[in-house]
Design a protein around this ligand. Structure first.
Ligand code: AMP
Length: 170
């Protein structure tokens, strides 16, 4: 199945000069979405994880059905102030300023964890998530993305094995 045909390109979103790869159109087609989730689930299974973690918000769309398919739990990684209850946080630098990621205390069971997101560009968000998960004390055994923007060094920055179903020039 040609997943690429179902990825919509939106130029100059959210700001001028950015070509946004929109997965809404993929999600909108039941058969194509099921094929996407199944393909990603098989790649994730190969890491033999004990649990999954995903980055808000589009990462959740993929991680929930993959976790269901594999019979695993998944933990939500969110921006500061969104999660209820005690959290573990990690602050990281952006090009301009900084940001904070949080995960609920006790939400990531020990053992082998795979990180999931829809797209990796510079890898800043995913690398910060890997650091956060290590802070919690789990082993990040891999990362799985639907889309990789090539040439930005994102995958290399993670320091864990990682792959993507689709690759586009940045
Ligand atoms: P980065 O931290 O640079 O790897 O950015 C990754 C995050 O930003 C992911 O959660 C993506 O959903 C989002 N993102 C970055 N660039 C794009 C793009 N060109 N199209 C769609 N989403 C993007």
């Amino acid at each position: 199945m040609d997943l690429d045909r179902h990825i919509r390109r939106i130029p100059d979103f959210p700001k001028p000069g950015i070509l946004f790869y929109d997965i809404s159109t993929l999600l909108n087609d039941g058969g194509v979405w099921r094929a996407t989730v199944r393909q990603m689930a098989e790649r994730v299974r190969a890491y033999r994880p004990d649990g999954l973690a995903a980055i808000e918000s589009r990462g959740f769309l993929l991680a929930a059905p993959i976790a269901y398919e594999l019979g695993l739990g998944f933990a939500m990684i969110r921006k500061a102030g969104k999660l209820p209850g005690p959290v573990i946080r990690h602050a990281y630098d952006l090009e301009y300023g900084s940001d904070v990621l949080e995960v609920g205390e006790g939400m990531v069971a020990g053992g082998r964890v795979v990180l999931i997101d829809d797209l990796i560009a510079t890898g800043g968000t995913a690398a910060a998530s890997v650091t956060l998960l290590r802070k919690v004390g789990v082993e990040v055994v891999g990362a799985a993305f639907l889309i990789e923007l090539e040439g930005l060094g994102g995958m290399a920055r993670l320091g864990v094995p990682a792959d993507a179903l689709l690759r586009y020039p940045a």
